[in-house]
Ligand binder design. Sequence first.
Ligand code: IPT
Length: 945
Amino acid sequence: MRFYENPKKVSENREKQRAYYIPENDGAYTLLNGEWNFKYFSRDVDYDGKIENWDKVKVPSCWQTTGYEKPNYTNVAFQFPVDAPYVPDDNPLGVYMREFEIDDTERKHYIVFEGVSSCLELYINGKYVGFSQGSRLQAEFDITKYVKKGKNTVLAKVVKWCCGTYLEDQDAFRCNGIIRDVYLLSRPVGHIKDISVTTDKNTVNVVFEGKANVKLYDSGKLLDENDCNKKCTFNVENPTYWNAEKPYLYTLVFEYEGEIIKIKFGFVTIKISSNKELIINGESVKLKGVNHHDTSPKNGWYMTDEEILTDLRLMKKLNINTIRTSHYPPTPKFLNYCDEMGFYVVLENDMESHGFCIRFGHYEYDALDKTWPCANPDWDFYLNERMERTVNRDKNHPSIFMWSVGNESGYGVNMRNMLNLIRKLDKKRLVHCEDACRQIEFPQEYEPIDVFSGMYLPIDDCVAYAENKDNRLPVFLCEYSHSMGNSPGDVHDYVEAFYAHKAFIGGCIWEWADHVAMDNGVQKYGGDFGDLTHDKNFCCDGMVFSDRSLKAGSYEIKTAYQNIKTAYNKGILSITNRFDFTNLNEYDFKFDIEIDGKIVKAFNKKFDVKPKKTVKFNLDFDLPKSCKLGAYVNIFMYDKDGFECAQSQHKLEVEVEKITAPKKLAKLNEEKLSITANGNGFEYSFSKQYGNFESIKINGEEKLLDVIKLGVWHAPTDNERKNKHYWGGYDNSQTGYNLNKMFSKVYSCEIKNGKIVVSGSLAGVARIVCFRYTLTVSIYENGDINFDLKGDRNPAINFLPRLGFELKLPENDDKFTYFAYGKGESYIDLHHHARMGLYKSCADDEYVNYVKPQEHGNHYNAKMLDIDNSFKFKTDSSFEFNVSHYNAKTLEYAMHTDELVKDKATNVRIDYKVSGVGSGSCGPELNEKYQLKEEKIRMNFWIIK
Ligand code: IPT
C-alpha cells in the first residue's frame, strides 16, 4: 500500500481545522500565488528528488488547463478501476517549488493551501513537513521549525490520485494541481486558533482558543469591547437580522499582540415550522436556488476572485437566492461574498462516490453494499474527518443555513455518523443528505436529517410528499430542472408549486454554468481528447453558458424566480410581493399598454406592499373594441439602478379581427404532375406527386428552392437525449420510429370545388404511419393561399417533436417581422421570459450557440410572420415558427459548433405545434401538457402574398 492509499491515515502534521480567517495586520499574510517552478511526471515513481530543468507555471492552476494533461470529463465513472482504496500504480505527479522570504523568526509561521488535487506532500527547505488529502479542503501546516531568516523554499508534491479520489467523484472535468490560493501566515506566539461565533436572540457568543481583546462593531461603530480568555459574550440591543435580501453583518475584531482578526457575522434564525415551512428569522422562505460548481473555461477548477464575483453578481440579477455548493466547499472567499451579497447557502462536504454505481458495468444504486465507503468501516474515520473539517472551516458564515454531507455517495452507517457529527458540532443549522432519502431500506423519516431531499423528482411526487401529513420533513429538491442546452422548460411550474405548498420549500437548479474545455476557440467536452471513459456533453448543462453569457433558459429562470407575481382580470391588475423581507416600495414599476405591437400608453407607479402582500389597481384605460394582432399590458419592475428585475405580461380583452378570405378562388389548371394557378403578380405550381407547392413565383421571382414539405422532426435538444432514440433511428434497424428518416406518401391529390385536396401520410423508414392527413389548399384570385390541415396522429408513438410545414426560401429572404413570443426563442414551456409583441429579426440572429448544436430559435404562439420581400404567414389561431440558415440534419449530426455549415437557403418552419423543451435529460419526462400528443390535429393559416 502506498502512503496515500490509506483511508485511516489521510494527513500528517496538518493543523487541526479552525474557522477560516486571515489576520489583517501588516505582514501577517503573504500570498504565494504566482509563478512557481514545476515539473510533471507521468509516474510518481520517476521522481528521484532531483529536478534540474524546471518549467514555470502559474499557481493556482490545473494540469489540464496548462497543457500537462488532456481534459477528461466524466460524470459517474471513475478514471481508474474500482478497487478502493487503491489507485493506479502509474500515478502522475506534479512537483511545485518556489522561494519565499521570512524576516522574523520570533514569530509562528504557517503555510495554508486552500485546495490541492488530489493530495499534497509538503517539504520546506528540503525537509518533509507533512501531507494532506481533501482536494477542496484547507490544509494548514506549522512550518516555524523548518524556516530560517531570509530565503526559504517550499516544495509541494501533488499526485493525481489518492484514496480520497474515491470520495471526489463529482460530475465535472477532472482536474489536478494546486487549484486554490496558497499563502503564508506570520503570527505572534500564543496566537488565537479556532474561533466560533454564534448568536442567540440578542446575545453573541464567542468561543475561541487563546486570549484577545475583542471589539464588536456595527457598521464601523464600536458597540462593545472585552478582554476575553477563551470565551466572551456580547449583547446587541435590537439586532438587525441577516437575510439573503438584506444581508446585515456585524464585525468582531480580535486583537492579540498586534495581530488583528476580523470575523463578520450575522444574526439569523433557522427552523422548520410545525407545518413544515422553512422559517428564517420568523418568515417563511422559499429557496430559489442553483447548484454551483467551480468551473472556468480558462482555469478549470481555479476560479479567480473576479470570476467568482461575476457568478454571484449574475445570480443576484437572475433572482437566485440560494446556492448549493455542489459538491464540495468552495474557496472560503466565495462564502464571504455570499455573506455580504446575500445568498442562502447549502454548504456541501467534499464527498461523492457515485462511481461505485457502475462498477459492475451497469447502473445500480446498491449503496448498502459494504464495499461503498458510506458503509465500509475502514472509511468511517475518513468520512467524518472530511465533515469535521468542512464544518469547522465554515461555521461562522451567516449565509450557510444547511450543511450537506455530500452527493451521490450512498447511505450507510458512516453517512449517519457524519450527520450525527454535524448535529454535535452545530446545533443551529439544518442538515441535508439526499442519499438518506433515496434508500427506502432506511426509515428515512427517522434519520438525523431536516429535509426530504430529492433530485429531479416530478412535481406531482413532491407535492404528494409535501401534502402527506404523516411525513415529518419538508421537501427540498437539491437538484431539479436540468438546464442542459435549450432548456429548462419546467422551472416555472416547479416554482409555482413551491409557492402553492407550504412544505415544498424550494430547490436548486442543476446547474449554474456549462463546463467546457476550450480547444482553438471551440468548446469541447467528454470524448474529445481521447478519453478512456467519458460522458460526452453531459457537463454542458448550465443555466448560463460557459462564458457566463445568457440563454433563453437563463431568462426563463430569472422570470420564474422573480419577486413579484402578477395577475389581470377585467381591468384590475394585481401584484403580489414575493420577497420575504423587502417592501416593493424599494422598486419602480412601469406599465405599457401595447396594441398590435405599438405602445399606446405607458405609465410609472410606486407601491407600498409588504412582503407576501398583494396590491390591486384599476388599469384605467379605455380599450378599443378590436385590434389586428393582440392587446397586452406589460409590467416591469426596476431596482434603484434602473435594472429590470422582473417583468410580466397579460392579455387584454380586445377582440382580434379575423382574416377575411378574398371573394373568389383562382382558376386552377390541372396537368399530369401539377396543378397551376396564375394571376396578377403570381404564378404557382402545386406538385401532385408531393402534395404541396413546388413553385411560388411572385412578380416573376421564385420564392421556393424546394417543394414545401410536412415534417415532424427537429434536431433533438440535449433534453431529448432519451426520447431521441425512441423517436429517431440511430442504433440499429430495429429500434426507434425513424422519424428522422421520413417518407411522405400522397394517396390522392385532386381539385374539389375549386380547391386542391391532398390525402397523405408520413412514416419513418421501416415503420408504421405516424401521421395521416387531408390538406385542403385554397388559392384565391389575388394570390392569397389558405392551408387547412386535418390529421390524425398515430397514438402508438408517445408524442411528436413537432408537426408542421417546412419551406426552403432563397438565402437572402432571411429577414422578417413577426408577432409572437419574442424576442429570443420561446417554446410552449419556455416563454415566460418572452412577451407577445411585434419584433424584427433575421436568420442569423435566431441562431443560438449551444455547445452541442441542437433545435433552437422557435417562436411560440405566433399570429403573423412576414418575411421581407417575400410572403407573409397569418392565422386566426396561432402557429409556431422557426427561421434558420441551418437545416435539422446539420444541427442533429454536428457535435460541435465548428462543424456547422450554413445552407445556401433560408429554412422556414410553420408549425402546428412544437413539443416543449422540458428538462428530461436528467429530470422527468416532459409534462404531458407540453407534449404534442393530441390525436386529432387541425391547423389553418394563410400565405398572403
Ligand atoms: C446528479 C448529480 O448529483 C450531479 O452531480 C449531476 O451529475 C447531475 O445529476 C446530472 O447533470 S446524478 C443523476 C444520476 C441523478
